[in-house]
Structure formats: structure tokens, C-alpha cells
Design a protein around this ligand. Structure first.
Ligand code: AMP
Length: 571
């Protein structure tokens, strides 16, 4: 396929009026491609040349890309850099200044060049990257160059969710959108869309055969909520409850030599945990995949410290001082693979038994504390004990539940402390729009329009306006810096809203919000009609708690969860 055709598809998709239309356009484009180019197109759609977990980044800052553009145009470097800065979008600037010409690049060639740019590293790589980029831009049409330049600077934002790509692949190669679950399963096990695309081309059997692989992150299983201990006992019966540690969830892979650590968002965060990996290397020798909660402990007392402490490790160069100041302990709670055996389809009780036999203690490693509970009383007692031990509560696990990759279900239920007069849990919502402020807030955002995620429709449905809980710094600096790059003139096709805010955003930024109550509302679209005809759900007295950069928009609270919370709030 020509790159021009690919670029035309991107433009069409951006202007699509609905998600179904997006799926159809993408499927049509996928079908036109020669099979070996489908995985490349899937990657380029995400603005990447390798799956995110591989951590292969372009390493081209906007200034460098502007210099490459200057070189391609034969213009002055400093002037071009300045002009790009003023325009604010290198793609838009390229569209203005590049001569009108037909491109004629092939998709394969562009992918190959972009990949070479990403892979180039070490001394002199900046200059080589710049030259390669400039040659590519010099051959491209203005539209092609805009996409190339936005891609290398990480600013290609199409807002095509993974679920939409999977659905388009199902329609293109299995002939039916309804076959998406087959692709979803493969994706949940490997987190690799390009690989799933290759399997879809081979057919249904190949998709059914797929297994997890050491090195490729498994999409994490998540926990549902219930309002209290009685409801948990009712739903799960006698079960295993585990302490809920307040740290960062990590999935650790080991192939016998090399380690990988993945975050909940499946980013490669191996470099953040050298001490944890050293501990594992000392006590484990064969390949495995485990999950643990990484908790920072007090260097003197050894007591657990709250989640925020983990953030201190999110720096480029983790120094020995930082490691000493914020020592880590891994509380291991899952074993997905060990001794050559995939364990995720086994029941929890069997996986846990395997984990206990396999586990070797170390001062930096501990098994999650668990207890078999048979009555509500025992559950409450164990909950109190967990709080006393410095945990957030419990995760209750169904003895016969398998590990459901990428799913949130009632095989795991979290039990956190409720605050009197408030919903017992907070919600993670995606900002999709905003109203401009008045009075004291003039010139900034007055309130934000926040939405829950509906995975069945792959869309964001509005739940609330949030205006309180923000500091002056949030309003004047942090919010504009975080949100302005995502402003758009009209509603994003994946957002469903009845309200018309002053500005719209791409659904990117996730925030945690607390509230007092969930009510029915004719103005919000969250779970519209699910509880009552003509009504959606809304939050009463919402309040911003914190930014949740560790969550992708698709990991926001789902509309189904909001319905559950609505039904459970008086229980
Ligand atoms: P939440 O983030 O509120 O949906 O709660 C689920 C999270 O609790 C998981 O993603 C883990 O990061 C964390 N967690 C802490 N301890 C455990 C445990 N013993 N089992 C499972 N998850 C745990």
C-alpha cells in the first residue's frame, strides 16, 4: 500500500462520526493491504514501530525534528525551530511550508525508515536520526510528512483504541465484528496488537492456540467491588482473602537469564526495580511469571509506606541513594507461569498452592498474607487485621476462579475501608471536556467534564462535572499543561455526551474522583437507560483526588461498575 493511502485513512478515521464508522474504515484499509503490511499498519496507527512494552521509542525531540525539517527544506535551522515552536504542532507547520507534491512513498519503506530511526542509539545517533528523518520528509508529500513528523515526536494522536483496532481486524479477516472476543483473548495474553493481527490473518485456529509468553506482558486481571462484607460472603461463599497492599502492581517475567517488569499499564519498568530483581535472582533460577505489589518500606523500621512513595522511583536514573531511601519489598500474590507450565487457567486455590511451594523467602520478598474465611465475622476480623498491618483492606478471591487476563470480574473482589457519608470507593474518570472559568477562575478551566469507560461500545460516557478539589496551582498551571495538548474543536468520536462544554479533549487524562452519591440524571450518558429509561448516572458532590497517570483511559472505571456502585450504595 502507498503511504498516501494510509494517511488518507487516518484523516477519514479522525473525522469519523461514530465508532462503527471507524471500525468499517479501518477494516477496509486492512483488507486492502498485502498481509505482511497489516502488522506494520497496526503499529503505525498507534504511532509506534514496536509494541509499547518493548519500550522502543523514537528519541526525537520536537526541536530535532524541526531541524530535520529545516534540512529537508534547505532553510535556516534556528528560524525553523522557532517557527515550529510558535505554531505548536510540527505537523501543521510542515503542511504549511512543504511544497505541494505527490509523495509516492510505500508504507513498508516509511515503516522501515522509522524503525531505523528508533533503533539508532549511541554516539552520533542524534545526527544520524535527524538526517534520516530529513531524507524521508524530503521525499514525502506535505500530508505524509505531517504524519511522519507527528509520529516521531510522539504527537500522532488518533484516539483509535485497541478495542476498535481488534474489532476492525475481526471484521477484516474473520468476516464478522462479533468475532472480536477471539482476538481479545489473544491480545489479553500477549498485549501485542501487531502479533494478534498476524494471527488473525492466519485464521481462527491460530488465535485459539495462542499462549502467554515469557517477556510479553499478560494484561492484568482486575478486581470488582461490592459494598461490604455481607455482600462479599454472599457472592463468593467461603473464600481466600488476601491483604491489599498499597503499592505498585508489578508483573515480573524471567526467562532464566533476563528480567522484565511491567506496570499495570504494561509499560516496561524493569529499570525501576533493580533491588527487587536482585532478590529474585538470588532465590529463583528457572523461568517464571509472577505478580506482586511493590511497596516502599521505611529504611529504618521496615514498615510499609503509602503508594506515593513508589513515585520517587519513577526517575530516569535511579541512584543508589534513592534505592536506599526508598527500599522496596515485593508482596507476591500470583504465579502465572513456572516450571514450564502455564497456570492461568488453573483455579486460584491450585495456583496459590503452587506459588507457596515455589516461593523462596528473602528480606525483600514476602508472600501476600492470606486467610481462608468462612463467615462474615471472620472476614471483618481479617479486614481489621489488614488495616492494622498498614494495608488498604482486602482482595477476596474465589477459590475456583481462574486468572482472567485483562478482565475485571467477581472472581476477585476488593474490600476497602468506606468513609462515612461517602461512596466507599473512588472512581477513575477520563477528562473529555471543560468549561472555562469565571471570576477567580477566569482564564483557566472552571470545571471539567469527566467520563466512565464503556468497554462494550469502546466509548466514554459522561458522568459528572468536576470543579472542586483542585488547588490554585492545579487550575493555573497543572491542568492547562496537562490538557491543552489534547484540545480539539469538536467532540471526539469515542465520547458520548449530551452536554456541550466550551472545549473538548481527546480522552487521555485519567483522574481519581470521590463523591458522596450516585444519582440518576437526564444530562449524563453514563449507562444511559441501564437503570431507568431516558436517564444516565451522575455523581453528587464530586471532588478531585489526584491524577492517575498509571491508568490508561481504557482502565478508567467502567460504566458497568458505576451501575454496580449505584445499586450498592444503600446496601
Ligand atoms: P484497585 O486498583 O483499587 O482496582 O485494586 C486492585 C489492585 O490492588 C490490584 O491491581 C493490585 O495492584 C492491588 N493489590 C494489592 N494487594 C493485592 C493482592 N493481594 N491481590 C491482588 N491485588 C492486590
Amino acid at each position: 500500500m502507498t503511504f498516501q493511502r494510509f494517511v488518507a485513512t487516518l484523516l477519514e478515521v479522525e473525522r469519523a462520526s461514530s465508532r462503527i464508522a471507524m471500525v468499517k474504515m479501518l477494516a477496509e484499509a486492512f483488507r486492502e493491504l498485502p498481509p505482511e503490511e497489516v502488522p506494520l499498519a497496526v503499529l503505525l496507527l498507534q504511532g509506534r514501530v514496536a509494541p509499547e512494552f518493548e519500550g522502543l521509542e523514537f528519541g526525537v525531540a520536537e526541536k530535532e525534528a524541526a531541524k530535520a525539517l529545516a534540512l529537508a527544506l534547505g532553510r535556516d535551522e534556528a528560524e525553523t525551530v522557532q517557527a515550529v515552536k510558535e505554531k505548536g504542532d510540527i505537523g501543521a507547520y510542515a503542511l504549511e511550508v512543504l511544497p505541494r507534491r505527490a509523495g509516492g512513498l510505500s508504507l513498508r519503506h516509511v515503516y522501515g525508515e522509522l524503525r531505523a530511526i528508533a533503533e539508532d542509539a549511541g554516539p552520533g545517533s542524534q545526527a544520524r536520526k535527524r538526517e534520516r528523518l530529513s531524507r524521508l520528509v524530503a521525499e514525502a508529500s506535505p500530508e505524509e510528512a505531517a504524519v511522519i513528523l507527528r509520529t516521531v515526536t510522539g504527537r500522532l494522536r488518533l484516539g483509535v483504541g485497541d478495542a476498535t483496532v481488534l474489532e476492525a481486524l475481526a471484521l477484516a479477516f474473520l468476516g464478522d465484528r462479533a468475532k472480536k472476543p477471539l482476538l481479545e483473548r489473544a491480545y489479553n495474553l500477549t498485549s501485542d496488537l501487531a502479533y494478534v493481527a498476524r494471527l488473525a490473518l492466519e485464521g481462527e485456529e491460530a488465535l485459539r492456540q495462542v499462549k502467554l509468553e515469557v517477556g510479553k506482558p499478560v494484561r492484568m486481571m482486575l478486581a470488582e467491588r461490592l459494598p461490604g462484607p455481607e455482600q462479599i460472603m454472599e457472592k463468593l461463599g467461603p473464600h481466600f482473602a488476601e491483604h491489599k497492599y498499597d503499592g505498585e502492581r508489578v508483573q515480573v517475567h524471567f526467562d532464566g537469564e533476563r528480567f522484565w517488569v511491567y506496570s499495570r499499564r504494561l509499560e516496561n519498568i524493569t529499570h525501576q526495580y533493580p533491588d527487587l530483581l536482585e532478590a529474585l535472582r538470588e532465590v529463583q533460577h528457572g523461568p517464571f511469571i509472577l505478580e506482586a505489589e511493590a511497596v516502599v518500606t521505611d529504611p529504618v523500621t521496615g514498615e510499609m509506606r503509602p503508594f506515593q512513595n513508589v513515585l520517587n522511583r519513577k526517575v530516569k536514573h535511579l541512584t543508589p541513594e534513592l534505592l536506599e531511601k526508598y527500599p522496596i519489598k515485593g508482596f507476591v500474590f500470583e504465579l502465572l507461569y513456572a516450571d514450564g507450565e502455564v497456570l492461568i487457567e488453573r483455579p486460584y486455590s491450585e495456583r496459590r498452592e503452587r506459588l507457596e511451594r515455589w516461593f523462596r523467602p528473602h528480606e525483600r520478598l514476602e508472600l501476600s498474607t492470606k486467610r481462608f474465611v468462612e463467615t462474615t465475622e471472620e472476614l471483618v476480623q481479617f479486614f481489621d487485621a489488614s488495616i492494622e498491618a498498614g494495608c488498604e483492606g482486602l482482595v477476596c478471591k474465589k477459590p475456583d476462579g481462574d486468572y482472567e487476563a485483562g478482565k475485571r470480574g467477581f472472581k476477585w473482589v476488593k474490600y476497602k475501608r468506606g468513609i462515612a457519608g461517602k461512596l466507599s470507593d473512588t472512581l477513575d474518570l477520563v477528562i473529555v471536556g471543560a468549561w472555562l472559568g469565571r471570576g477567580r477562575r477566569a482564564g483557566t478551566y472552571g470545571s471539567l467534564l469527566a467520563a466512565a469507560y464503556n468497554p462494550d461500545e469502546d466509548r466514554f460516557e459522561t458522568l459528572t462535572k468536576v470543579g472542586s478539589g483542585f488547588s490554585d496551582e492545579d487550575l493555573n498551571e497543572v491542568l492547562p499543561r496537562r490538557l491543552d495538548p489534547y484540545r480539539r474543536g469538536e467532540r471526539h468520536p469515542r465520547v458520548w455526551s449530551l452536554l456541550e462544554p466550551d472545549v473538548w479533549f481527546e480522552p487521555v487524562q485519567v483522574i481519581e474522583v470521590e463523591a458522596q452519591e450516585i444519582t440518576l440524571s437526564p444530562n449524563h450518558t453514563c449507562a444511559f437507560g441501564a437503570v431507568q429509561e431516558g436517564r444516565g448516572l451522575a455523581l453528587r458532590f464530586p471532588r478531585f483526588v489526584r491524577y492517575r497517570d498509571d491508568k490508561s483511559p481504557e482502565e478508567a472505571t467502567t460504566t458497568k461498575e458505576v451501575v454496580e456502585m449505584y445499586k450498592n450504595q444503600w446496601a
